[in-house]
Design a protein around this ligand. Structure first.
Ligand code: SAH
Ligand code: SF4
Length: 350
């Protein structure tokens, strides 16, 4: 049974649920949740009778925090339990300037099967709904205070669950709620061309990151099976379309694996792919996943690859590794979740 959680509803939808209460009551509820109320009793400007009827029929959130771990670099990873017993992970990343970014999951596991990614190996169970996505953001804010950014870079492929991702963005950016700026939101995809075009044409107008990893078609197909149904040429055109339509620079991400995608030839191919596109390349040294047959490149290997890209005129940066000690870094999510399902619905993970 799914709990109907108000956190996944827009003010108009809340108004429908509490009709014939006036619409401003729905806006009050919406605002309370965005500002941290986690139960209806604390919504002190609502009439007692309304609070009671809300409590009887709805929940504020459908998720709860099962576990929380903190890294010395400020990274916090939460295990978030869903009503049906599954769990997902959400991570707080803190950058050098102290900006806080929530990295949220949009699916339980992931069906894309990227060879180098932990999440790709735990399998896929189901999509999250908007309340479950927004809930992760609110749980993190409850734990660490106000967040600056949100990236859809946790478990799952956002463009396979675009309706719920859109709804969660509509909720978090709503002027009467959390009012997060769309500039502070990034959706990261493994490279689904049709989804990128859909986002460009139909919004919301958020930032886009594409996990290119490598620009050699055969190697990419091996590492990222999505390449077979979304060839690199089409992907490149979809990225061009997005950048032109939105006026936003797209981030190309590349997880770097020692001896796999760091050679001079790979740098040249990446530069050819990037040339003529409004893109920025973000290199991420591969985060170790003990069961996978890859290794992290040395600082020297990474530095050389970055230098080669720069020499070829590519706008590239190296992303600092964060959260590796709590396995909260990119691609490490899902470890310890097993099949991502608890033995008993609503039991805490042990
Ligand atoms: N599914 C989406 C978003 C989640 S993955 C996507 O693939 O874009 C987030 C990022 O982590 C992707 O860029 C992915 O390529 C990268 N990644 C996956 N496994 C990794 C690992 N072990 N080390 C470093 N980055 C990894
Ligand atoms: Fe899924 Fe992204 Fe991991 Fe690929 S890298 S398996 S798309 S989460």
């Amino acid at each position: 049974m799914t709990i109907q959680a108000v956190a996944g509803l827009l003010p108009d939808e809340i108004a429908e649920r509490i009709s014939p209460e006036p619409a401003f009551r729905a806006r009050q509820v919406f605002k309370w949740i965005a500002s941290g109320a986690r139960d209806f009793d604390s919504m002190s400007n609502l009439p007692l009778a309304l609070r009671a009827s809300l409590k009887a029929s709805l929940a504020v959130l459908s998720t709860r925090v099962l576990d929380s771990v903190k890294d010395a670099d400020g990274t916090v990873k939460l295990q978030v339990g869903l009503a049906d017993g599954y769990a997902v992970e959400t991570v707080l990343l803190v950058d050098r300037e102290g900006r806080k970014t929530a990295c949220v999951s949009c699916q339980v596991g992931c069906p894309m099967g990227c060879a180098f990614c932990q999440t790709g190996h735990v399998g896929y169970a189901r999509d999250l709904d908007a309340a479950e996505i927004v809930g992760q953001f609110y749980h993190l804010e409850d734990a660490v205070g106000r967040l600056d950014n949100i990236v859809y870079m946790g478990m799952g492929e956002p463009l396979l669950n675009l309706d719920a991702v859109r709804k969660s963005i509509a909720i978090l950016t709503h002027p009467q709620g959390r009012a997060l700026s769309r500039r502070r939101i990034t959706v990261s995809t493994s490279g689904l061309s049709a989804g990128i075009r859909d986002l460009a044409d139909n919004g919301p107008d958020v930032r886009l990151a594409v996990s290119l990893t490598v620009a050699d078609p055969a190697l990419r197909a091996e590492l990222m099976p999505v390449t077979r149904s979304n060839p690199l040429g089409e992907l490149r055109e979809a990225i061009r379309h997005f950048a032109e339509k939105t006026g936003r620079r797209v981030t190309l991400e590349a997880a770097l694996m020692a001896g796999v995608n760091t050679s001079r030839e790979r740098a040249r191919e990446l530069a050819d792919f990037a040339r003529g596109l409004n893109v920025h390349v973000n290199l991420i040294p591969w985060n170790p996943v003990p069961t996978l047959p890859f290794s992290t490149p040395s600082a020297e290997e990474t530095r050389r690859f970055l230098a080669e890209l720069e020499a070829l005129g590519v706008n590239a940066t190296l992303r600092m590794r964060r959260g590796t000690s709590v396995a909260g870094a990119c691609g490490q999510l899902g470890r310890g979740l097993g099949t991502a399902r608890n033995a008993e619905p609503d039991d805490g993970l042990t």
